[in-house]
Design a protein around this ligand. Structure first.
Ligand SMILES: Cc1ncc(COP(=O)(O)O)c(C=O)c1O
Length: 428
């Protein structure tokens, strides 16, 4: 596929910059992608798989690879690029803040750090009793959550309950919370004290007692294939954790920041947690993570308990504050709800035998795929110019930028229908 003609001066400038970047690739190979992939394989650690494409620029919900192929990006850096690619909001605030103040250390405060913390206390519902810790990633937010839980290990409480098949990150504390043996096994022993239970209300009721310091959960399990908790689960979790003096810690790293059609997914259920972990979409792609504590939980971590050199720096916090302002001003939380419903209807209307079910909320969509063919569907979609992913063999995950409108929904409908139709043919 060749690149379409530039539609704006900005796009023309991007193409020029991208062409300059590509010049540094090896031109003696059949495609720039191949050249970069070879270099990737010999320079990057093997923790990463072979790249699906080598991307060099983007605009809105679209990205282009080094060979000029255009893709509709409905993965958005795995629920990160809330405002899409090359967002003018992110570009402007990042340039301004980079030319003003980037880093100062935790011996000092900055206006943007304070403003972002205040905004997060308001948006999460933590209010005046809320307190915010800033790190640089989701896993770091979960490390802080782990320490919070350990600080609640008093009065006989010593257990942390988490869910099987959950994902909370890959650092050792976050990994101990993650309910996947395949990720944990190579790195045992895990931190002690975490029990993983089934995601049913019955299993929760059986597990909860006065020995539980914290219950940690994702409202919708993203890495497991966009699997929502059962109806009523969060309310029951809130009741039981209150009853036993346990913290309710909600990992909104993937579900948060408007993605599900509320600022945070627990708000659909009308409950208030003791702590919420946030990262991914909060700064449109600039690394930052946060743990917001509520009420009495705000006094558990004390001076010296935790910290991070880069955490809460003026650069990342200024960008995050601007991204959240834009999400509020442009009504993108509501857009996520509306566009999510449209996309679910589009997927159902394709009426493909490959689609088993459509799950999730707002712009966090899971599609159940028949016969373990999810990776095949994702690969074929990529060939057609549509980026989505298959977290497991039965599920596709669709998490586009929150800014998508009619054009992107229509483009998705066309590309996804073509992808599914091409795979419905008997393979013989
Ligand atoms: C629910 C959840 N928690 C934690 C993490 C870890 O975040 P990070 O990759 O920023 O460390 C992720 C990342 O996918 C996630 O989806």
């Amino acid at each position: 596929m060749t690149a379409p003609a530039p539609t704006s001066e900005r796009e023309a400038r991007q193409i020029e910059a991208a062409e300059e970047t590509s010049m540094s690739g090896d031109d003696n190979v059949s495609s720039k992608t191949e050249g970069f992939s070879t270099r990737h394989a010999s320079a990057l650690m093997r923790t990463l798989g072979t790249p699906l494409a080598v991307l060099e620029r983007g605009e809105g919900a679209w990205v282009w690879d080094v060979d000029g192929k255009r893709y509709l990006d409905f993965l958005a850096g795995i629920a990160v690029n809330s405002l899409g690619h090359a967002s003018p909001v992110v570009a402007a605030v990042a340039a301004r803040q980079a030319a003003t103040l980037v880093h100062v250390s935790n011996y000092f405060a900055t206006p943007s750090q304070i403003a972002l913390a205040e905004r997060l206390c308001r948006l999460t519902g933590a209010g005046e009793l809320g307190r915010v810790y800033f790190g640089n990633s989701g896993a770091e937010a979960m490390e802080a959550a782990f320490k919070l839980a350990r600080r609640n290990c008093v009065d006989g409480r010593h257990r942390i309950i988490a869910l099987q098949n959950s994902f909370h990150g890959r650092t050792m504390g976050a990994l101990a919370l993650t309910g996947k043996a395949s990720l944990q096994d190579p790195f045992r022993p895990m931190l002690a004290g975490v029990d993983h239970i089934d995601s049913t209300i019955a299993a929760l009721e059986a597990a909860m007692d006065d020995s539980v310091a914290a219950l940690v959960l994702e409202p919708i399990k993203g890495e497991a294939g966009v699997l929502p908790l059962p109806d009523g689960y969060l309310q029951r979790a809130r009741e039981l954790t209150r009853q036993h003096g346990s913290l309710l810690i909600i990992d909104e790293i993937q579900t948060g920041v408007g993605r599900t059609g509320e600022w945070f997914a627990y708000q659909h259920d009308g409950i208030v947690p003791d702590a919420v972990a946030i990262a991914k979409g909060i700064a449109g792609g600039i690394p930052i993570g946060a743990l917001v504590t509520f009420g009495e939980a705000s006094s558990l971590l004390i001076r010296g308990d935790h910290g991070s050199t880069f955490g809460g720096n003026p650069f990342a916090t200024a960008v995050a504050d601007a991204v959240l302002t834009e999400i509020e001003d442009a009504g993108l939380v509501q857009n996520a709800a509306v566009r999510g419903d449209q996309l679910r209807a589009v997927i159902q209307a394709i009426d493909s035998p490959l689609v088993v079910d459509v799950r999730g909320r707002g712009l966090m969509i899971g599609v159940g795929i028949a016969d373990g063919r999810a990776q095949e569907v994702a690969d074929r979609a990529l060939e057609a110019g549509l980026i989505l992913n298959a977290p497991n063999s039965d599920s596709l995950r669709i998490v586009p930028p929150l800014i998508i409108g009619d054009d992107e929904v229509a483009a998705f409908a066309d590309l996804f229908a073509r992808t599914l139709r091409s795979l419905e043919e008997p393979t013989s």
